[in-house]
Design a protein around this ligand. Structure first.
Ligand code: COA
Length: 230
């Protein structure tokens, strides 16, 4: 196969806009490729990369079809290269988790490679969710070959503008330390780290400018906590 030329150094001109319904499948595929090698994906679908890709494609296809807007896409000459979405206040994981999160989170941990570990991890998201109404960020993903070029930052800035206009705090979790640096550079505060079945999860929050300091509760103050579970 011929060598591909390296991508240019400059950030290409991007169009950032709401995803159309017909673009949800493409967004799910891109998110699956972006998150294929994340620790939670390994835990759910195992060592075979094709299993992880296919498994995540199914997870995110269902998610993109049921999630309330905004779902943003970054497009280069009409081609989707990144997505960033957030569930609005009242629609976040704490209110949409199908089942008894506390029961699942305190029950036995599914073994590695069992997709049920996805619900087990998400049940912990629910337990550590921000209590007050908030934007719940995710998924966020950039086409793997084009990460590290500012596409994710451009998407997140557009998403943050939407969330800040509403004034509610934002909340989210991630499973890689590199992503923590990404979020913190965009004004998020680390609230706590939780280890679930050997997977490190970082919970981050952000208060909208002008909103009362401390209104986001855990999202704004105090030293980050560290908790081990499962
Ligand atoms: C996280 C992600 C969306 C960031 O998008 P991106 O286009 O790669 O990030 P950007 O190029 O806009 O980077 C913005 C800043 O974050 C930092 N950053 C982003 N990814 C990083 C990484 N892997 N390691 C270290 N820093 C990183 C960059 O250094 C950059 O800061 P700088 O401008 O000072 O250099 C993207 O890397 C991705 O899709 N990751 C895999 C999927 C995933 O884990 N999604 C997040 C789930 S919560």
């Amino acid at each position: 196969m011929p060598q591909q030329p390296p991508p240019p150094d400059d950030l290409p001109r991007l169009e950032i806009r709401d995803l159309r319904k017909t673009e949800r499948l493409a967004a799910a595929g891109l998110t699956a490729r972006a998150m294929r090698d994340n620790p939670t994906t390994y835990a759910m679908f195992g060592a075979e990369p094709l299993d992880r890709l296919a498994g995540m494609q199914a997870v995110w296809t269902a998610f993109f079809h049921r999630q309330a807007p905004p779902q943003l896409g970054a497009f280069y000459r009409g081609c989707l290269v990144g997505t960033a979405a957030a569930s609005p206040p009242g629609h976040c994981i704490g209110s949409t988790f199908p089942g008894d999160a506390a029961k699942i989170a305190t029950g036995p941990a599914p073994s590695a490679g069992d997709p049920a570990i996805g619900d087990y991890v998400r049940a912990h998201y629910v337990l550590h969710d921000l209590a007050e109404p908030h934007w719940h960020v995710g998924p966020v993903g950039v086409e793997p070959r084009f990460q590290g070029r500012g596409i994710g930052e451009s998407l997140m800035r557009a998403l943050i503008a939407i969330m800040d206009a509403d004034g509610s705090p934002s909340w989210g979790e991630t499973d890689t330390e590199a992503n923590v640096r990404f979020y913190r550079a965009l004004g998020w505060d680390l609230d706590r780290t939780v280890t679930v079945s050997g997977i490190d999860l970082w919970f981050l929050g952000r208060t909208a400018p002008g909103a009362e300091a401390g209104a986001a509760g855990r999202a704004t103050g105090g030293r980050p906590q560290s908790i081990t579970s499962g």
